[in-house]
Design a protein around this ligand. Structure first.
Ligand code: GDP
Ligand code: MG
Length: 304
């Protein structure tokens, strides 16, 4: 996946509910990306969008929230969001104009204390506030921590968002293209397909793989000349230990076959076309330490 001379990075968008995080991410990645969430479980997957520009790729993570969790899944999601923060290159702390800093914002900012990422203060919905107030608001936030950059924006009106995007891209380190440059529109489908395969695998493996698995879609392409639209999908299931591989494959390939058959049914329903699915099982030691993308696919909630 790595090509020389490319830059890439993860950009986490964090903030209270309703401040406009999704609006901003959608604006950045373009209208072509529709975010579908066919199952509640898939919401834990925080990847939302990819934007590739001039040899650099930003992967935006619209984090599920850093609020106080009420459920186990909520708790897990907060953990995911927090861990995403620590592996991001840029964190956009997003809020909306309030003269007094809400307690929840102060809590989120506290959680950002130890991140090594560049942290931007993004005050959204500036279309709803008077300029003098905006300055006071910014003053109140920068009392809480030093922000690397500050952007008052309106995600809805695309006001000052171009400058924000430029600043984000300037911060991206050298790194691989995580997604093919030309398949941005496929990304949610790819993500969901990976998530479906992962879920099927976990359901057949139960407790047997203690460190979880990750799934990467290697190829997802409509077959040329296939009248009624066959989509070829090739995916790798990654596990961490050599001893896990035969468990996932099963006797005579039985388990992998079951995973593939179940995943195929769901992915066909998702895409509305017939698919031809090929799965490989690979050992990739420490995939969790070096690849946030795979982490997002691979976390097992039981571990959280
Ligand atoms: P999230 O919960 O942080 O992801 O917030 P959403 O992106 O779902 O947005 C919440 C609401 O705020 C929606 O009704 C948006 O239309 C609205 N909103 C987002 N950005 C702006 C903005 O710049 N100005 C105004 N006035 N409303 C906005
Ligand atoms: Mg949202």
């Amino acid at each position: 996946m790595t090509e020389p001379g490319t830059r890439s990075g993860f950009v986490s968008v964090v903030g209270r509910a309703n401040v406009g995080k999704s609006t901003l991410v959608n604006l950045f990645v373009g209208e072509k990306i529709t975010i579908v969430s066919p199952k509640p479980q898939t919401t834990r997957n925080t990847i939302r969008g990819v934007l590739t520009r001039g040899g650099a790729q930003a992967v935006f993570l619209d984090t599920p929230g850093l609020h106080r969790p009420r459920t186990k899944l909520g708790g897990y999601m907060v953990k995911c969001a927090v861990s995403a923060l620590f592996e991001s290159d840029v964190v956009l702390f997003m809020t909306e104009p309030r003269l007094r800093v809400p307690e929840e914002d102060a809590n989120i900012i506290e959680k950002l204390r130890k991140t090594e990422a560049a942290v931007f203060l993004v005050i959204n919905k500036v279309d709803t506030v008077a300029k003098p107030d905006l300055l006071k608001i910014i003053e109140n936030y920068i009392k809480l921590r030093p922000f690397d950059e500050i952007f008052p924006v309106s995600a809805l009106k695309a006001d000052n968002t171009g400058a924000l995007l430029d600043a984000i891209f300037k911060r991206l380190p050298d790194g691989p293209m995580y997604f093919p440059e030309d398949s941005v529109t496929d990304m949610p489908e790819r993500t969901l397909a990976a998530e479906i395969i992962r879920e099927k695998a976990l359901s057949f493996l139960q407790e047997e793989i203690p460190h979880g698995i990750a799934v990467e879609i290697l190829l997802m392409r409509g077959r040329e000349g296939a009248g009624d639209g066959i989509v070829d999908i090739e995916a790798s299931i990654y596990c961490e230990k050599d001893s896990h591989k035969p468990i996932i494959i099963g006797r005579g390939g039985e388990t992998l076959k079951k995973i593939g058959a179940a995943a195929r049914r769901d992915i066909e329903a998702l895409l509305g076309s017939r698919i031809y699915l090929q799965l490989w099982v690979k050992v990739k030691k420490n995939w969790r330490d070096n690849d946030l993308l795979l982490k997002n696919f691979g976390y097992d909630p039981k571990e959280a």
